[in-house]
Design a protein around this ligand. Structure first.
Ligand code: PMP
Length: 420
């Protein structure tokens, strides 16, 4: 008889596979916010490649730019040689993103992944300050190599291999101590109390909205105060905007509404436009201290990524996408509040901002069951949080209003089934 198409994954792929289990279908193509499996079944995407597809799947502009580049024999492995594709991306990022925001950052290409940009930021901060300690926050997620894993507040991902914490200290993130407690009081006290042996850190690293950690959004006053503390104590502020950046929260950088200027910014995921692996580390010019060859990597000059990324910036030449995201985000918030109120037995709490929202469910196992149920009904949606207790919406920013409404209807039906 015919074998199950999932067999090949179950038999030969490492046991570490997770999305294969959560989304048991073999996908063949995708457009905008819709994926299609090999049986021709369509799924609405509330996942967006974990935030790598803010502009949806196979955007025509990026696709055509890549095809033209391939046809011109533009592809070359240039490491960090100067190429026209790279020059164009750098220029466009200056013109479309940095200059209009009055920002001056040097741009480092650290390798293709989010983890790579975080590693470069941690290493650079330690060199700039000549100190080793890094402050991270509870429930942070920054990556899977040793430095970035050390600042990831997730014991399951870190501790099995007995990995060192590499001089990391975890402070309570905003909201971690419950409502009404400003967790920065604890950080400041710790800094003042140097007599107890707390070494001054080189940097703090944070996500303004923690994605993997459960859609925990820091407030704007909290971010402002953290910036002030860093300045006062001569500590670098690193914002990891790998997931919350590229418009996910409604502005290109997630920290814009707080009016702060991080010393180092990490970007990846949607920076590569249509899923081409790409990352940059933005560094204030005075901290651009690595010498030639001090931080290298074979894939930090991917010309295909430069081409797609340069084209993706067209979404930021006008306010249209940002306005649209803010309006659709209000719809998501409204619907999530309705879910919370309609299903009190699930003990829901609505979290997040922009297109990075979630509903944390006190009812054990409910979030995972809801996502599985939603998948059966044609919606791809994932959980996050320390025990997978948060149903997290991470739809493409470009999703149509109709697609968003349909996806939210499916989600509500899945809630109803699981709530019984
Ligand atoms: N930082 C944050 C905030 C992330 O969400 C992620 C990925 N989920 C990373 C870093 C790591 O990126 P990558 O998986 O591309 O290495």
């Amino acid at each position: 008889g015919r074998t199950d198409p999932m067999d090949i994954f179950e038999t030969y792929e490492s046991n570490v596979r997770s999305y294969v289990r959560d989304f048991p279908a073999v996908f063949v193509k995708a457009k905008g916010h819709t994926l299609t499996d090999e049986n021709g079944r369509e799924y609405i995407d509330f996942f967006a490649g974990a935030g790598a597809l803010n502009y949806g799947h196979n955007d025509e502009g990026m696709k055509q730019a890549l095809i033209a580049y391939l046809q011109s024999d533009g592809v070359m492995h240039s490491l960090d040689m100067a190429t026209s594709a790279k020059g164009r991306f750098i220029q466009r990022f200056q013109d479309v993103i940095l200059k209009p925001r009055g920002m001056t950052y040097k741009m480092m290409f650290p390798g293709p992944t989010g983890t790579n940009t975080v590693e470069s930021a941690l290493k650079l901060a330690r060199k700039v300050k000549g100190r080793e300690k890094i402050v991270s926050f509870t429930n942070a997620f920054h990556g899977m190599t040793l430095g970035s894993l050390a600042v990831t507040g997730n014991q399951f991902k870190r501790d099995g291999a007995g990995l060192p914490l590499n001089n990391t200290v975890f402070m309570p993130f905003d909201g971690y101590m419950g409502e009404g407690v400003d967790t920065l009081d604890y950080f400041e006290k710790t800094l003042e109390d140097s007599g107890s042996g707390f070494d001054l850190p080189a940097a703090v690293i944070l996500e303004t909205v923690q994605g993997e950690g459960g859609i925990n959004a820091a407030s704007m006053p909290w971010l402002k105060r953290l910036r002030e503390i860093c300045t006062r104590w001569d500590i670098l502020m690193i914002v990891d905007d790998v997931q919350a950046g590229c418009g996910r929260t409604g502005t290109f950088f997630s920290f814009e509404p707080a009016g702060i200027d991080p010393d180092i910014v990490c970007l990846s995921k949607s920076l590569g436009g249509m899923g081409v692996p790409f990352a940059v580390t933005l560094v204030k010019p005075e901290y651009d201290v690595f010498g030639p060859g001090e931080h290298n990597g074979t894939f930090r000059g991917n010309n295909l990524a430069f081409v797609a990324a340069a084209e993706a910036l067209r979404f930021w030449e006008t306010e249209d996408l940002a306005d649209d995201v803010r309006e659709k985000a209000a719809v998501i918030k409204e619907r999530f509040i309705r879910l919370r109120d309609r299903f009190p037995q699930l003990d829901g709490e609505v979290r997040g901002r922009g297109f990075m929202q979630g509903i944390a469910l006190g009812a054990e196992g409910a979030a995972k069951e809801i996502c599985a149920e939603a998948f059966k009904r044609g919606l791809i949606i994932e959980t996050s949080g320390p025990s997978g207790e948060v149903v997290k919406i991470l739809a493409p920013l470009t999703i149509t209003r109709d697609g968003l409404a349909k996806g939210l209807d499916i989600l509500e039906a899945a809630f109803a089934t699981v709530a019984g």
